[in-house]
Ligand binder design. Structure first.
Ligand SMILES: C[S@@+](CC[C@H](N)C(=O)[O-])C[C@H]1O[C@@H](n2cnc3c(N)ncnc32)[C@H](O)[C@@H]1O
Length: 238
């Protein structure tokens, strides 16, 4: 079986396992302590974003919308994507008072967006469900979809899981933070000029404080990346 087919089979298994989770903060966080964590977690993560007033936002793995509401209250428009229908339905219900959200039920790897169509691509616990090859492939697509100087935000569980509920058979990739940075740095896409490429600069990276305090977990890591144009021959020092 080729690696693309095997990654696609893995995501189908993952999707079927997510269907078993509740459409609730506990289901999204895979943690029975979600009541103590969710509000603080959401407000901390939102505080790490750049100014989103008036931006076009793409949210990948949006789930029931713990973040969608906050994004859509400020952004010009949000496209919220998740491959579990019941999560998107809950998201839609919670945000029925907001008319600037489009919902897509699909595997993110099937998504087709126009070039330069997003200013911010937001993910919270998403890349940890993709293998390295799929991650590189998606990061390259994000470079096409993002406007120049646009941002990608990621929050991932590094080293180990964050909760006390597990997805039974699906693989989760608990990478080291350095492995993520190597992935960000490994992806560039061509520009119209052979001398230049588009790639990511890491603007900020920090652990999530509330997990450090409440769960004694310093391995919930966030990154803010920016799409930049740079000399094709330049080597990165990150
Ligand atoms: C840990 S939950 C996080 C949900 C939300 N970001 C939050 O923090 O509340 C991961 C979400 O990603 C979705 N997901 C994972 N892989 C996906 C894929 N390849 N395409 C679409 N959705 C995916 C799952 O269905 C689930 O809703």
């Amino acid at each position: 079986m080729d690696t693309l087919q095997s990654a696609s089979d893995d995501r189908a298994l993952l999707q079927s396992e997510w269907q078993f989770q509740d459409a609730s903060p506990q289901g999204m966080m895979l943690n029975t302590l979600s009541n103590e964590l969710s509000d603080g977690d959401v407000s901390e993560i939102i505080s790490y974003l750049p100014e989103i007033e008036g931006l076009e936002v793409l949210e990948l793995g949006a789930g029931i919308g713990r973040f969608t509401t906050h994004l859509a209250q400020k952004a010009r428009h949000v496209t919220a994507v998740d491959f579990v229908d019941k999560f998107i339905k809950k998201n839609q219900k919670s945000n029925s008072c907001l008319d600037n959200i489009d919902y897509v039920v699909d595997d993110v790897m099937n998504l087709k967006m126009s070039p330069n169509s997003a200013d911010l691509i937001f993910t919270n616990w998403f890349f940890m469900y993709l293998d390295n090859e799929s991650t590189r492939c998606l990061l390259a697509k994000l470079l096409y979809w993002l406007s120049l100087n646009g941002h990608v935000f990621l929050r991932e569980s590094c080293v180990h899981g964050s909760g006390n509920i597990s997805l039974r058979k699906a693989t989760t990739y608990y990478r080291e933070p350095n492995d993520y940075e190597a992935l960000f740095n490994s992806v560039t896409v061509p520009t119209e000029d052979k001398q230049a490429v588009y790639g990511f600069n890491v603007i900020a990276s920090r652990p999530v404080e509330i997990y450090r305090k409440v769960m004694n977990n310093s391995n919930q890591i966030t990154w803010l990346l920016q799409k930049v144009r740079r000399d094709a021959s330049s080597t990165l020092e990150h």
